[in-house]
Ligand binder design. Structure first.
Ligand SMILES: Cc1cc2nc3c(=O)[nH]c(=O)nc-3n(C[C@H](O)[C@H](O)[C@H](O)COP(=O)(O)OP(=O)(O)OC[C@H]3O[C@@H](n4cnc5c(N)ncnc54)[C@H](O)[C@@H]3O)c2cc1C
Ligand code: SF4
Length: 480
């Protein structure tokens, strides 16, 4: 902090984005970098306030406050302000294995609990994180770190999302031999197939996988564990197994007409779109081109569907949410340092406003039934607007319906010998150990559908626990 009042004197700068009119024409990332002068100015707004609430990483009132990775935010803010970019990178990399992902797609609960947000606006922490990691890559500071010593112990990780990749990284650095098994043709989990390219360009995911490979981690794609290879086979050939299989089971809408053609779970649609983008095939398996699209579900996955449909050239797009519109400012029952539940015009909605002149979100809508044509294709749906005593019903025309109402948890077909509770893989309190000795779980499979930043935290904690388990096992076997 240069003087003491920058957080008031200098206004928070809104993260820079490509103009909506331009960005809807392609699939490139929509976030743009600040100039060096501007980002240093923004970093100088940090008050280094003594108790850094931005780092607390706690769940308060069912939502995240502060950074779950306990990122050393005031430290790197000061280093950026002084132009010490390399040192800032070292501090960032100390707690965050993959800042290139969080700096692009994290909802930044750190900013919601930033102390500067009480009298003024929070520090633009996420943009500063992005400036540090993008600079580190462009300067060539992010190099493969080949572990000097190997322990000879082997770990199998199932699933290559952020939890699996983090655990693989940490366990490899501890000298263990790690093999990552992935059912898909590409690695990265939802970072690859799920989060659209406009939010995280897939070249960033591949760049990190290539680095991890250079560091000695083995990656095996197209292996569906439980089908192509059993868990028991992995237990027999590895010293420990870690399940990072995500929470992929979509929540279903079991109403009349669900079987009609043209109705898909959001993930099927988003995955098909990214596969099409990466393979440059002529048409995606599911497309919104020239269609009237309705997205059911008011969350972030629904927003990604809206942005994808716009880029595919939909005729119109509407998104139903069952909750009301959020207030413009924090309410009394949502005080700092809680994550603020306030209205925002996210990237997808800004683009829809630009193309169609209005926000696509409709509030308090409950879908009652789907209506089909003589070919068994969806042609519309009936809804109820339920914020009124006399519940108003309405018919909407649609050619493509995307269901984005969340995820129930781990898919049913996997790993029946492992205990579950509420569709999550169970562990004992504060542990990552399942009911099977040596078999661990981390990420969405353990905590339910969450955030990249929590998946990274889980991957780190599970890796430490596995390391302790392996060391204890080694000592016991040496004593025998
Ligand atoms: C559409 C969408 C958008 C999102 N956007 C954001 C965002 O902007 N910001 C954010 O912070 N979070 C976002 N999230 C949430 C975030 O992506 C997840 O919380 C995070 O990826 C969870 O990481 P994970 O490693 O636990 O699991 P995942 O990323 O789900 O990875 C699990 C992997 O395991 C593999 N797998 C499963 N079963 C097997 C098996 N039997 N054998 C082999 N491989 C298997 C899967 O193929 C997958 O690759 C989004 C989620 C979705 C669905
Ligand atoms: S990882 Fe997320 S919560 Fe942590 S500092 Fe970065 S943007 Fe903030």
């Amino acid at each position: 902090m240069a003087t003491s009042t920058e957080f008031i004197d200098i206004k928070r700068a809104k993260p820079l984005e490509v103009d909506p009119a331009e960005r809807v024409k392609d699939w490139n990332e929509y976030q743009k970098p600040f100039s060096e002068k501007k980002i240093k100015q923004q970093a100088s707004r940090c008050m280094d306030c003594g108790t850094p609430f931005c780092q607390i990483g706690l769940n308060i009132n069912s939502s995240t406050s502060g950074c779950p990775l306990y990122n050393l935010i005031p430290e790197w803010n000061a280093l950026v302000q002084q132009g010490k970019w390399y040192e800032a990178y070292l501090r960032l990399a100390k707690t965050n294995n993959f800042p290139e992902f969080t700096a692009r797609a994290c909802p930044a609960p750190c900013e919601g609990s930033c102390t500067a947000g009480i009298p003024s606006d929070p520090v633009t922490i996420k943009s500063i994180e992005k400036a540090i990691i993008d600079r580190a890559f462009s300067e060539g500071w992010v190099k493969p770190r080949i572990p000097r010593k190997k322990t000879g112990l082997k770990i199998a990780i199932i699933g290559s999302g952020p939890a699996g990749l983090t655990a693989a990284d940490d366990l490899n650095q501890l000298g263990h031999s790690v093999t990552v098994f992935e059912r898909e043709d590409r690695f990265g989990g939802l970072l690859m197939y799920g989060i659209p390219n406009m939010k995280i360009d897939k070249s960033h995911v591949q760049r990190r996988i290539d680095l991890l490979k250079e560091e000695g981690i083995e990656f095996r794609a197209n292996v569906n564990v439980g089908v192509d290879l059993s868990l028991e086979e992995l237990q027999a050939s590895f010293d420990s197994v870690l399940l990072c299989i995500g929470a992929e089971k979509p929540r279903e809408l079991t109403i009349e007409g669900r079987q009609l053609k043209g109705i898909y779970p959001a993930m099927e649609y988003l995955t098909a779109s990214t596969k099409h983008y990466l393979q440059s095939s002529s048409e995606p398996d599911i497309t919104a081109k020239d269609k009237r699209v309705i997205v059911i579900g008011g969350g972030d996955t629904g927003a990604d569907c809206v942005a994808t449909a716009l880029r595919q050239g939909c005729k119109s797009v509407i998104q139903f949410g069952k909750h009301g519109k959020l207030p413009l400012r924090r309410q009394k029952d949502n005080p700092w340092p809680e994550n603020p539940h306030v209205f925002s015009l996210d990237y997808a909605y800004e683009e829809a406003v630009h193309l169609f002149g209005e926000d696509p979100r409709q509030y308090y809508i409950q879908t009652q039934s789907f209506i089909g044509n003589e070919n068994g294709e969806v042609k519309g749906l009936n809804t109820t607007y339920f914020n009124q005593d006399d519940q108003e019903t309405r018919y909407w025309e649609a050619d493509l319906v995307l269901i984005a109402i969340g995820f129930e948890g781990v898919k049913d077909e996997y790993f029946q010998t492992i205990n579950r509770s509420n569709n999550r893989i169970s562990t004992t309190t504060n542990s990552y150990q399942t009911n099977l000795e040596g078999v661990y779980v981390a990420g969405d499979a353990r905590r339910g559908q969450s955030l990249i930043v929590w998946a990274i935290q889980e991957g780190k904690k599970a890796a430490l626990e596995i390391d302790h388990f392996l060391k204890a096992k080694k000592i016991t076997s040496e004593q025998c």
